[in-house]
Design a protein around this ligand. Structure first.
Ligand code: GLY
Ligand code: MN
Ligand code: MN
Length: 438
């Protein structure tokens, strides 16, 4: 499918307008470096999310420069064509084809960047970049700035301000456009299929990594480039380790399995968690805890609508969980007492969601002027309450080592929200039915 460059051009135009409204200047937005894994082997390359959001360009060694003003300009610096390197490493656009294909006003060899930056910075009021993110870039920007300063006697003046560009882009990234929503729906659909496949493949005696392989198989065969984050496949007590990554345990009859896994598609993350019985049938205490987390998630989803505060879904989920912990005999006291003392955190110690987009924990502030930010249509967030019951004095043994999280991805709509991961089985009946197919 040919690349539709219009969303990227529209984002550059908007950022240029915002920069101009903020007083004008030049933005420098590099993509991510390639990183060595060991000796001469690299990690799979992943572009920088800010750079990609504004360009659609996936090659390493590339930098976007935006010049705000009456005639705003987008300039790409990238690798030149190199037939010898292309035999070894594959196709590269080169400046000419990149300019044409991606719609930049200009494109130049990346080797010319440092020299050109000094010219681009001259007589500009401000430099916008990711201040402090990569020390090497801070120093590169400072070098170019100093070269402008060195020309003061020729009458040119150097930018008086260095500003962080990320805040401006974050505000844009918080509201997904139609092309982002389409990609995220597809990523969610692939991940939902992977969770169904994992449910069918789960049985007592299987290893966590065997189930992980089913997820990866399903991601990749539908064109996802990589998992959006390290998959968690956690049986039994492992489910109570929030960031469990070993995935090397054997699944036991009678245990629950928690899977937190989502694919990345064309840069966009999906993020789904399901918890289900290894045997295919929930036991009594497992079902009681599961229904509680499910009810808390329903309450959180109900709270997602334009105008609601960022924290409203978390408050709604926490209230249901706290009451449930009392009802199940895990905690004593009143609901208000449990909420006030925070004793519920023994079993629910994380937050109920995060922004989702190019990054799994996506860009964007959660508070504005000290208040939880109001949700608006186009926001994408996760809804992921859970309960994690470690063996402890006073905790009924029937609940020991139950770890449950239920996580979906929600798009805020004009009237509420849409769960884009809804094709992932979630009710007790649906999970047991899909597992029975295995
Ligand atoms: N999988 C990362 C998260 O749920 O936040
Ligand atoms: Mn999440
Ligand atoms: Mn997750």
């Amino acid at each position: 499918m040919p690349l539709d460059i219009s969303p990227f051009q529209a984002r550059r135009a908007r950022l240029l307008q915002t920069m101009q409204a903020a007083g004008g200047g030049v933005a420098v937005i590099p993509t991510a470096p390639e990183r060595v894994r060991n000796r001469d082997t690299h990690y799979g390359y992943r572009f920088d999310s800010y750079f990609y959001y504004l360009t659609g360009f996936r090659e390493p060694e590339a930098v976007l420069v935006l010049v705000a003003g009456d005639t705003p300009r987008s300039i790409l610096f990238c690798r030149t064509k190199d037939m010898e390197r292309e035999i070894w490493d594959g196709y590269r656009f080169g400046p000419e084809a990149a300019q044409e294909t991606f719609g930049f006003d200009e494109a130049h060899p990346v080797a010319e960047l440092d020299e050109q930056l000094a010219t681009l910075f001259a007589n500009q009021p401000a430099i916008f970049h990711s201040v402090g993110y990569e020390p090497a870039w801070d120093s590169r920007i400072a070098d170019a700035l100093n070269r402008v300063r060195a020309q003061a006697r020729t009458g040119c003046h150097a930018p008086a301000q260095i500003r962080d560009v990320r805040g401006l882009i974050d505000e844009m990234r918080l509201i997904k456009d139609a092309s982002e929503i389409a990609t995220m729906r597809r990523a969610a659909e692939i991940s939902a299929g992977a969770h169904r496949r994992a449910m069918r493949a789960t049985r007592p005696g299987a290893w966590e990594y065997e189930v992980e392989a089913e997820l990866l198989h399903e991601f990749r065969r539908h064109g996802s480039q990589a998992p959006a984050y390290g998959s968690i496949v956690a049986g039994g007590a492992n489910a109570c380790v929030l960031h469990y990554v070993e995935n090397d345990g054997q699944l036991k009859d009678g245990d629950l399995l928690l899977i937190d896994a989502g694919c990345e598609l064309d840069g966009y993350a999906s993020d789904i968690t399901r918890s289900f019985p290894v045997s295919g049938r929930f036991s009594g205490p497992q079902k009681a805890a599961y229904e509680l987390v499910l009810a808390s998630q329903a309450a959180a989803i109900e709270a997602i609508r334009p105008g609601a505060g960022w924290n409203d879904p978390h408050d709604a989920a926490t209230r249901v969980l706290a009451q449930g912990f009392i009802d199940l005999g895990l905690l004593t006291g009143t609901l208000d007492g449990v909420l006030e003392s925070g004793s519920y955190r023994q079993f629910y110690m994380h937050r109920t969601g995060h922004w989702l987009g190019l990054d799994v924990h996506d860009a964007g502030e959660y508070k504005l002027a000290g208040e939880w930010r109001p949700l608006v249509a186009g926001n994408m967030l996760t809804v992921e309450p859970g309960c994690y019951i470690r063996p402890a004095d006073g905790v009924p043994e029937a609940f020991w080592n139950i770890g449950i999280r239920i996580e979906d991805d929600a798009l805020v709509t004009d009237s509420g929200c849409e769960i884009i991961t809804a094709a992932t089985p979630k009710s007790v009946a649906d999970i047991e039915a899909v597992m029975a197919e295995g």
